[in-house]
Structures are given as structure tokens and as C-alpha cells.
Design a binder for this molecule. Structure first.
Ligand code: PAF
Length: 282
């Protein structure tokens, strides 16, 4: 695996691949990688000839009270894992490479509507920061396809919308959520959990499954959401939301088809966990 911190050198390498007719895949990450990330690299390999992974802890997607400074930087371990997973190149841009005129006051993406709900409502500016860095990364890497996990369901929708509307010639490939045997969705943030919290955290997936069952049984969505929130609060969670929406994240009452997604975001102590479950109603 070749490692690049410099944009010109990365572009030269990718240019050579493209001239040789290779299809280039891309897996953007913020590092602190786990099996879920390596599965993204493996999925990218099934869709292309050479995979570029990036590690960049993006300051513009963290709110003022969030964990940007505390976010673990584990570069060497991540690089080893990516090489083992089969990445052909690793891009490690500095903040100066990503934001040459500074991250404050930089040219920003604003994806309207979808960024105002769910996590967007609780983390103002977060998805615009994500869209901003992903647009920059797409422009730098110029991949043919890029893989994003379904665990970050709203992020996936935001990126699809942005890439589609701006005509980025990038195929967006969603990857299934990897779970621990307990059902807990794999996440870099799980490592902040104490042992008892890790046990409690498994209630998120169980609650999503209960929300799905209730929705399929015809229980009104407002009641399902209330019950889910109450159940999680009783277990010690501070709930940002527990909602059922259409696959495109419209309110369930305005869904155009029978596809639904149940989504939860909740804090255990200081750790914010998100998860979701896609399903169809009969
Ligand atoms: O999902 C993530 O790790 C980040 O939001 C992403 C897509 C790498 C952008 O910084």
C-alpha cells in the first residue's frame, strides 16, 4: 500500500492507474478503524480494481462541544489494517492540505432539508461539514465509486443527494452495518463505553427491532416512537431521537412506498450512539 500526504503525488498515482484503465474505488474514514471499516475496503474491492482509503479527522463536522480533540488518532494501526484489508493507497491529508485557506471561513457545502432533521437537528452544521469534506475528497481522489456504511444512514442519504445534485461521476455504494454478536453496531465510539455501558448499549438494536415489529403490526408511529424513547430512558439513555421514517427520511406519514427505517440516536454517559434498521411493511 502506498501512502500519500501530498495531493499532487496522490493524483499522479491515481492518474497512472486511470490511464491503465483501472477503476478506482474510495473509502473515506476518520481513522480509529475497526472491522466495519475494513469491510468497506473489501466491498470497494468487489466494485473496482484499486482502492484508495483516506484518514482525515475533519474539523468542520464537529460541533464546538464535540469530541474533535478527543477523537482517537491511531494512524499506524489503521494503516496496517488498511494494507491488510487490501487498500492500494492511503491518503493522509493534513488540515492544511484539506483546507488550504483554513477550515474557518472555507467554501462550504450546504445540503438543504435533509440536514435539518434527526442528527442534523441535534448537531447543527455537522452534515454540511461532512458534505464539505466528502466533496473535497471526491475532487482530490476522483474515484469511480465510493463506499459508505449504512450505519450512518442519514450521512449516506446526504452524500447521495449531494453527489447526485452536483453530478459527481461517483457511484455511491452502501455497505451493510457490521454488528457485534450482542447486536451492538460496530462504531469507533464503542471504545468510549465502560463494560456495563457496552452491555446497556445492546438495547439500541433490540429497541429498533421492537419498533420494526410494532410498525409491521400496525401500531401508530407516534406511539412506537414514544414507547421506544421511554424504554431507552428507563435504561439510562438520554435520547436525541427514536423515529420511524420513509427510506428517503420523510415523515412515515408521507412515505411514497412501504419501505421504512427506524432510527435511534442516544447518549450513554458522554457517548453518543446511533443505529438504524431498514424494513418493509407488508
Ligand atoms: O463517516 C465518517 O467517518 C465521516 O463522516 C466521513 C464520511 C469520513 C467524512 O469525514
Amino acid at each position: 500500500m502506498q501512502t500519500f500526504r501530498d495531493l499532487a503525488a496522490l493524483r499522479e498515482c491515481i492518474g497512472t492507474w486511470k490511464r491503465d484503465g483501472l477503476r478506482v474505488g474510495f473509502v473515506p474514514t476518520m481513522g480509529n478503524l475497526h472491522a466495519g471499516h475494513y469491510a468497506l475496503v473489501e466491498l470497494a474491492q468487489q466494485h473496482c480494481d484499486a482502492v484508495v482509503a483516506s484518514i482525515f479527522v475533519n474539523p468542520t463536522q464537529f460541533g464546538p462541544n464535540e469530541d474533535y480533540a478527543r477523537y482517537p488518532r491511531t494512524e499506524q494501526r489503521d494503516a496496517d489494517g488498511l494494507a491488510q484489508a487490501g487498500a492500494a493507497a492511503l491518503f493522509l491529508p493534513s488540515v492544511d492540505v484539506m483546507y488550504p485557506f483554513g477550515a474557518i471561513g472555507c467554501v462550504q457545502m450546504h445540503v438543504p432539508g435533509i440536514t435539518d432533521i434527526l442528527c442534523g437537528a441535534h448537531r447543527p452544521g455537522h452534515f454540511n461539514g461532512v458534505a464539505t469534506v466528502v466533496a473535497r475528497l471526491f475532487n482530490m481522489v476522483q474515484p469511480d465509486c465510493a463506499v459508505f456504511g449504512r450505519k450512518d444512514y442519514q450521512q449516506l442519504q446526504v452524500i447521495r443527494y449531494m453527489a447526485g445534485e452536483l453530478s459527481f461521476p461517483v457511484e455511491i455504494i452502501p455497505a451493510p452495518t457490521l454488528r457485534e454478536p450482542s447486536g451492538l453496531a460496530m462504531s469507533s465510539r464503542n471504545q468510549y463505553l465502560s463494560d456495563p455501558e457496552r452491555e446497556s448499549a445492546t438495547a439500541i438494536y433490540r429497541t429498533l427491532q421492537q419498533m420494526r415489529a410494532a410498525c409491521i403490526a400496525g401500531v401508530p408511529v407516534a406511539q412506537i416512537e414514544r414507547d421506544a424513547e421511554t424504554a431507552l430512558q428507563a435504561l439510562g439513555f438520554t435520547v436525541d431521537y427514536a423515529e420511524i421514517r420513509s427510506a428517503a427520511l420523510a415523515p412515515a406519514s408521507r412515505a411514497a412506498d412501504n419501505k421504512r427505517v427506524a432510527l435511534i440516536a442516544a447518549f450513554l454517559g458522554r457517548t453518543r450512539l446511533i443505529d438504524n434498521l431498514e424494513f418493509e411493511i407488508p
